[in-house]
Ligand binder design. Structure first.
Ligand code: DGL
Length: 270
């Protein structure tokens, strides 16, 4: 069991930003990555679809023999983690926008939060915001349109720059000095954000915290891979394996074979 793989799931390519941190921290673990790119973006789908589809993909990962799951998607975590924990009997690590570390890092106590619309309107996010009341002022903005561009491999083109400028300018004007990258796709925009805003914003993403949380959970359940384990990774996409392979090469500098995955039918969304 200890040398069984860890499942990492995202609506698309964003979870690769989390996989990168897990790979670096836990080099002996085997990983199975699922990009549900056929159905991305989740951030703009009905919430019950996000919940049902996340469960469906995670059941597939369990059937592959995974010992633990990382929901490397804020939107899916917000809408489905509770259901997953009720239905699946294995450690499940979710992600949430890093509001707490951002509030701690901010000197102006004005923090911008860029996340998907579905994350921002979820009850779980509302509770997170309420728990930090008084710590900072949070200026929340839905990054509409960014995920589809990143899915195409565009992380610095004119459309990306235009959208980022639209979303970040009001935050800067309101005195924000810290920006939460509240969607796992957005760390791939870090260099472009830097070019646009210089050092006026400290960027906060939670990829490394998730990797550390995973390491803690594996230790707690006595599930860590043995020191002599030879890891083998699988990269899968519900849309286009060749594109996933190209993107993993471009974004992570890994050359890994990828598989196209069929998990159908998708739950109806209306
Ligand atoms: N990467 C996802 C997140 O962290 C969602 C992107 C999407 O499908 O909208 O929220």
């Amino acid at each position: 069991m200890n040398n069984a793989p860890i499942g990492i799931f995202d609506s698309g390519l964003g979870g690769l930003s989390v996989l990168r941190e897990i790979r670096a921290l836990l080099p002996q673990e085997s990983l199975i990555y699922v990009a549900d790119s056929k159905y991305a973006p989740y951030g703009e789908k009905p919430e019950h679809f996000v919940e049902a589809r996340t469960l469906q993909v995670c059941e597939w990962l369990v059937a592959q023999g995974c010992k633990a799951l990382v929901i490397a998607c804020n939107t899916a975590t917000m809408h489905a983690v509770q259901t997953l924990r009720e239905k699946l009997a294995l450690p499940i690590i979710g992600v949430e926008p890093g509001l707490k570390p951002a509030a701690a890092a901010s000197r102006s106590k004005v923090v911008g939060v860029l996340a998907t619309g579905n994350t921002l309107k979820s009850a779980k996010f509302g509770r997170l915001l309420a728990s930090l009341e008084g710590e900072s002022r949070f200026l929340c903005e839905a990054g509409v349109g960014l995920v589809p561009l990143i899915e195409q491999g565009d992380v610095d083109g004119p459309a990306v720059r235009e959208k980022l400028t639209t979303y970040l300018t009001p935050m800067l004007e309101a005195g924000a000095d810290t920006l939460v990258l509240g969607c796992t796709h957005y760390p791939f925009l870090s260099d472009t954000v830097r070019e646009l805003v210089g050092d006026r914003l400290t960027l906060v993403d939670t990829g490394d915290a998730i990797a550390r949380q995973l390491r803690r959970k594996l230790a707690e359940h006595d599930m860590a891979a043995s020191a002599d384990a030879v890891p083998s990774d699988r990269y899968t996409s519900t849309k286009d394996a060749a594109h996933l392979r190209a993107m993993a090469a471009a974004l992570l500098h890994v050359d890994a074979p990828a598989e196209t995955l069929v998990i159908e039918p998708a739950p109806a969304f209306d």
